[in-house]
Design a protein around this ligand. Structure first.
Ligand SMILES: [Zn+2]
Length: 114
C-alpha cells in the first residue's frame, strides 16, 4: 500500500468520526504528499539525465573545435562542441568537402568548425 493509499484510508476513517478540522488536515496532507511525489519523480528524471550526460562526457575527447567518441580513433564522426557544452546535446556535425578542404557545420546551432 502506498503512502497516498494510507492517507486516503486515514481520511476515510476520520470522516466516520465527523471531525471536519481533522479531515481537512488529512486532505491537505494528502495533497502535500502528491506534490512531493511529483517533485520526487521530476528530480529522479533530472538525476537520470545527468547520469546519462556524465556517461557520455566520460567517452568524449576534444580535438580542435569538435568532440569525438574516445573509440573513434580516426575522428570520422565529429560532434558539436557548442551544443554539448551548452545543452549536453550530442549533435553529429555535417562534414562536407569544399574547394579549400573540408568544412564542418552543426545543423542545430549553425556553428562552423574547422
Ligand atoms: Zn551545435
Amino acid at each position: 500500500m502506498s503512502i497516498i493509499d494510507h492517507a486516503k484510508e486515514l481520511a476515510d476513517l476520520i470522516k466516520k468520526y465527523n471531525d471536519q478540522d481533522l479531515y481537512e488536515r488529512i486532505v491537505t496532507l494528502r495533497e502535500e504528499i502528491l506534490s512531493l511525489r511529483e517533485e520526487n519523480l521530476t528530480l529522479k528524471d533530472k538525476v537520470k539525465k545527468l547520469e546519462v550526460a556524465k556517461e557520455i562526457a566520460n567517452k568524449l575527447v576534444r580535438d580542435g573545435n569538435c568532440y569525438y567518441m574516445i573509440d573513434d580513433k580516426q575522428h570520422d564522426h565529429p560532434y558539436c562542441l557548442t551544443c554539448w557544452d551548452s545543452d549536453q546535446k550530442l549533435i553529429s556535425l555535417i562534414v562536407s568537402q569544399a574547394r579549400f578542404g573540408k568544412t564542418i557545420k552543426c545543423g542545430v546551432c549553425s556553428a562552423r568548425k574547422k
